[in-house]
Design a protein around this ligand. Structure first.
Ligand SMILES: [Ca+2]
Length: 216
């Protein structure tokens, strides 16, 4: 046992130690919290990169070391967001029990993307609970507007569609919480758009430009 972000700080094992395994047993993990410490044991974190392969979507490369994700801080909360607004999702990690907030910036080569926010009318204002189905060069991408992730963490209310080499979404179908199904076609890539539940076609789409206010 050790304190978070300090591998030299030892905590007295509150239970019977198994020297062969380097582990100990307790009646309840709350015994540890009673000492004012948490359960950090410096478990290594892992990052996996999805790469095109023979079975699309199932081939991953372990990039834990080269990405820096393989640190021994007590990471507990991780969310994805595009922090420099460059179309590439980054990761931000918060530690339990202190330690630095870490931003892992996505520095992979630029690919096409479409970011989608929702403006609900009959549905809730942010369209939370909507299901977005995008058709991109014959491939179907399904995402949900549900901007939470990990432990007590919240992401921007933006659905991020990674498009690879495709420069548009051929068809976007939005199933709103109200039950309405809205279809949009031929949406150009590399933009952040807001889709209005109460409108149709191109009139439903506003483009977000940093520094400019869009219609409420
Ligand atoms: Ca980014």
């Amino acid at each position: 046992m050790s304190q978070p972000s300090n591998r030299t700080a030892k905590v007295k094992a509150p239970g019977k130690v198994d020297a062969s395994l380097g582990e100990f047993w307790v009646e309840t993990p709350w015994d540890i919290f009673k000492q004012g410490h948490n359960l950090s044991c410096f478990e290594r974190k892992r990052a996996f990169l999805n790469v095109p392969g023979q079975v699309r979507g199932r081939d991953f490369v372990d990039i834990s070391f080269v990405s820096g994700a393989d640190n021994d801080s007590d990471g507990r909360c991780v969310v994805a967001g595009d922090f420099r607004n460059n179309g590439r999702l980054d990761l931000v990690l918060r530690q339990a029990g202190g330690g630095p907030v870490i931003l892992y910036e996505n520095d992979f080569p630029q690919r096409h993307y479409l970011k989608v926010s929702l403006r609900g009318r009959a549905s809730n204002a942010l369209g939370i609970g909507a299901r977005l189905t995008a058709l991109v060069r014959g491939q179907t991408l399904v995402r949900e507007m549900y901007p939470t992730n990990s432990y007590r963490s919240q992401m921007p209310n933006i659905v991020h569609l990674g498009l690879g080499e495709a420069n548009q979404v051929d068809r976007l179908s939005i199933r709103w919480p109200s039950g309405k199904v809205q279809e949009l076609t031929n949406l150009s890539a590399d933009r952040h758009i807001v889709v209005d539940e109460a409108k149709e076609g191109s009139a439903a789409v506003q483009v977000v430009v940093p520094g400019q206010t869009i219609q409420p």
